[in-house]
Design a protein around this ligand. Sequence first.
Ligand code: IMP
Ligand code: MG
Length: 185
Amino acid sequence: MIPDYHDILDHILIDEETLQRRITELGTEVSRDYVHRPDILLVGILKGCMLFMSDFMRAITIPNAVDFMDVASYGSGVRETSGDVRILMDLHTSITGRDVLIVEDIIDSGRTLNKVVNQLRSRNPASLEVVTLLDKKERREVDVDIRYTGFVIPDAFVFGYGLDIDEYYRNLPFIGVVKKGVVLG
Ligand code: IMP
Ligand code: MG
């Protein structure tokens, strides 16, 4: 049985209202920055980006298109990424000559994003930037350029608002910190 989220939640780190307020700000900032090249392709990295993408794209007031990529990172443990990143589903759109904004849920070691950025850069977009909702800055192992950040958060395992614990709890409207020692399944 998968426990109700109340049983695994240590505390709420970012509540729904704070998330929504910050996402609106990000949308406004991006709309202003891209006003002279108003044909953004938002590239979401599945599946964590789902909820953020849907709110973020609605906060953008200039024309935008969306596409998705699914990548798998393999690591020594479930919560560690090795940087061995495989594309499970590629974009459906050509990005050559386009203004691309990668939409990520969270950056931890930076290994996943680094691979995605290198892969997409080789396709010669007109520009390539990154927006991430969450940044666990102190965990960074690989340097990545992040243009827009929602929140810098401490080194704790978080879930909700698109982020999962073993694929569950993505639907929660807030970002929560999991209790220590929780293992599902
Ligand atoms: P990185 O390659 O170490 O930066 O890992 C990034 C990926 O690991 C994210 O896209 C998430 O899928 C996952 N991840 C990292 N930290 C967390 C977390 O606290 N909760 C849920 N997923 C996480
Ligand atoms: Mg992700």
